[in-house]
Design a protein around this ligand. Structure first.
Ligand code: AP5
Length: 221
């Protein structure tokens, strides 16, 4: 399935953006661009950027727009982004969305396709506090709803499963508040541009994936 555009997953923390974005990017043969993963990588490597963003992420706040846009512009300049890409966790503010519009126009891409993953707040808390991620390949699990075959061990590569430090309940509360304050307005921004679709992301991973593939098929035809 070719993409040839930017696909953007909107939705609150824990909506399933990473779970779905990885699969869709793989099936379209384009990169999965998670700004959260890029920042976590910088933190674990102890780079200057990592040292700057670590306390911000640990408080559950958003990283300043200029730092995000620098990271995204550099990533989009790589050759693997020539035929489209799937964003997960970006854009997250109106300023980021406006800057992205400019980048896409300069790079010869049309309007993005934006999909909002909608889930209730109580379900989000369960998904986030139950999430475990493989420390080797990044595979995502959930101790309640999608556990690994052996506790704390990745089914795919045997890596150790870890809990994100921002998945503690008090940080999750701040992340959800930051979403409401700064990111929710993007749904109106993209609705006005006529590029927004929505999917009920409280359904199972498989059902959400099916709904997403239907949207992509209808956009292509
Ligand atoms: P980021 O890493 O982007 O986190 P997030 O947006 O808060 O989203 P999550 O990764 O927590 O959730 P998700 O929707 O991807 O859900 P997942 O698929 O993992 O950002 C982290 C931080 O980085 C931010 O707080 C900020 O500080 C900074 N940052 C990053 N980008 C930024 C930007 N653009 N601007 C400013 N700051 C930025 O699923 C969650 C769990 O649910 C898993 O356990 C999964 O197995 C389970 N699950 C998923 N789907 C289903 C389903 N359908 N049914 C049952 N369980 C499911």
């Amino acid at each position: 399935m070719a993409l040839d555009r930017a696909l953007i997953f909107l939705g609150p923390p824990g909506a399933g953006k990473g779970t779905q974005a990885k699969q869709i990017a793989q099936s379209c043969g384009v990169p999965h661009l998670s700004t959260g993963d890029m920042f976590r990588d910088a933190v674990s490597r102890g780079t200057d950027l990592g040292r700057q963003v670590k306390p911000i992420m640990e408080r559950g706040e958003l990283v300043p727009d200029d730092m995000v846009m620098k990271l995204v512009e550099e990533r989009l300049a790589r050759p693997d982004c020539a035929h489209g890409f799937v964003f997960d966790g970006f854009p997250r503010t109106i300023a980021q969305a406006t800057a992205l519009d400019g980048i896409l126009a300069r790079r010869g891409f049309g309007k993005p396709l934006v999909i909002d993953l909608a889930v209730s707040a109580d379900m989000l808390m369960r998904r986030l506090t139950g999430r475990r991620t493989c420390s080797v390949g990044g595979e995502i699990y959930n101790v309640y709803d999608a556990p690994p075959k052996t506790p704390d061990v990745c089914d795919v590569d045997g890596g150790r499963l870890v809990q994100r430090s921002d998945d503690r309940p008090e940080v999750v509360t701040e992340r959800l508040a930051a979403y409401e304050r700064q990111t929710r307005p993007l749904t109106d921004y993209y609705r006005r541009q006529g590029v927004l679709d929505a999917v009920d992301a409280s359904a199972s991973v498989e059902e959400v994936g099916r709904a997403l593939r239907e949207i992509l098929k209808s956009v292509k035809s």
